[in-house]
Design a protein around this ligand. Structure first.
Ligand SMILES: [Zn+2]
Length: 272
């Protein structure tokens, strides 16, 4: 039996994610004391179909020049320097790499010098914009301290999620007992993430109750890892935006793999 996405209206984010439209470039913002994060959509870039238009993934078949223009436009909208982006070389694993000011610009202009083989970036340095890209996988942001002292940004596909990358990021972040915040960003929702029984059973084993009606709730599995790591429920924001439902976003599932990538960028603010 093939499960199709339910034709329900996409949920709009809570007041904690703010939608911006900068001359057609649409993005969502999350912020807290000493930190900022931006989540792109597919709207407002320069790429042609099927990467139309704000494709931020350089490891696609898109024209790299378009991707660079898109990254520059998104970075400018978010308020960071595109040349400073620190880009993860994602492999669907659970490794978290800590980066500092010396890593700024790694992977910013091409795939050759990304931070290799890591699906999570973490920094304790201000002014280091972390960058991960997605097309249904779940971006998870973790912040420790108020004002923020450390921040981690994770790319969690189903493999990384079931292997516990969110909990691993929380562990590396440390600062247990400190004030914390987390954002589960736009990604494929429980409405659309139909999986084969072998995948569903793996989730059910680790996160009971997250596999229902043939679909896995990745947002809930991220939330459970955060709760287990000591985050309070009130510290966790879920965007509620399903990339598969909502045509503002690229969706690997909806586009059968031929699509672009949106991105999340997050950083600790420099104290002025
Ligand atoms: Zn959906």
């Amino acid at each position: 039996m093939t499960l199709r996405p339910k034709p329900e209206v996409p949920r709009r984010p809570t007041a904690t994610l703010v939608r911006h439209d900068d001359g057609g470039l649409v993005w969502y913002e999350a912020r807290g004391a000493g930190w900022r994060a931006a989540f792109s959509t597919r709207l407002g870039g320069f790429s042609a179909a099927p990467f139309d238009s704000l494709n931020l993934g350089i490891s696609t078949a898109d024209d790299p020049a378009c991707v660079r223009r898109n990254r520059a436009a998104f970075a400018a909208a978010a308020g960071v320097a595109a040349d400073d982006l620190v880009v993860a070389g994602q492999v669907h694993g659970t490794a978290i790499a800590e980066v500092g000011r010396g890593h700024r610009g790694r992977g910013a202009h091409g795939p050759s010098d990304v931070v290799p083989e890591t699906d999570g970036l973490l920094t304790r340095a201000a002014g280091v914009p972390l960058f991960v890209s997605f097309a249904d996988c779940v971006p998870v942001l973790l912040v420790a301290g108020r004002p923020a002292q450390a921040l981690a940004l994770v790319h969690a596909g189903w493999r990384g999620m079931v292997a516990g990358i969110v909990g691993e990021a929380a562990r590396v972040l440390g600062a247990s007992g400190a004030a914390r915040a987390a954002v589960i960003g736009p990604s494929i929702g429980p409405c659309c993430f139909a999986v084969s029984p072998d995948v569903g059973e793996r989730f059910e084993e680790v996160f009971p109750g997250t596999w229902r009606d043939g679909r896995v709730d990745l947002w809930e599995t991220a939330r459970r890892q955060l709760l287990a790591a000591g985050f309070a429920a009130s510290d966790i924001v879920t965007s509620g935006l399903c990339t598969c439902h909502d045509h503002e976003f690229f969706s690997h599932r909806r586009e059968y793999g031929a699509t672009g990538r949106q991105a999340a960028v997050a950083w600790l603010q420099e104290v002025s």
